[in-house]
Design a protein around this ligand. Structure first.
Ligand code: TYD
Length: 139
């Protein structure tokens, strides 16, 4: 399902009596080349609260559930992730906040670039300024 803010991707499930196998590869579930994988086990409180200048991410709730708020500076929308067979594709310059974690939540992130603290926008006003600067470039 495509939303203006982020895309909720449904993965192909290889289901048999032994369980569900889900394979992700570029062109087959992942819209970019993942070069970094990290996961947050038993997240609590509110996480994220930042945007990225360049990074693309695919967020997958492997176990349990959580809510991801995505904000493009004009519109915000909550996405509930509660199944390991779907992922939320978040593009650059989108503010995200993750919250409402179930106790057993295991949140996986595939990322398009190595960790780079300089790619983070952690201040919401700076995020709005970055959006405005991008809009000017497109004029
Ligand atoms: P942080 O960005 O605060 O997590 P979240 O956005 O989910 O709230 O990251 C927590 C810590 O982990 C911080 O010290 C940076 C470190 N970190 C890495 O070393 N590598 C990574 O790939 C990520 C995402 C974070």
């Amino acid at each position: 399902m495509t939303f203006a803010l982020a895309e909720l991707l449904q993965f192909n499930v290889n289901a048999d009596a032994r369980g569900d196998l889900i394979a992700l590869e570029k062109g087959g579930g992942v819209p970019f080349v993942p070069v970094r994988v990290y996961y947050i086990d038993a997240p609590r409180g509110v996480r994220g609260c930042h945007a990225h200048y360049n990074l693309e991410q695919l967020l997958i709730c492997l176990r349990g559930s959580c809510t991801v708020l995505v904000d493009d500076g004009e519109t915000r929308r909550n996405f509930r992730l509660e199944s390991s067979d779907c992922g939320l594709h978040v593009k650059p310059l989108k503010w995200r906040e993750m919250r409402d974690f179930s106790d057993d939540c295991l949140l996986l992130c595939l990322a398009s670039a190595p960790y780079d603290a300089a790619d983070y926008i952690r201040d919401y006003d700076a995020f709005l300024q970055a959006i405005a600067a991008q809009a000017k470039l497109k004029l």
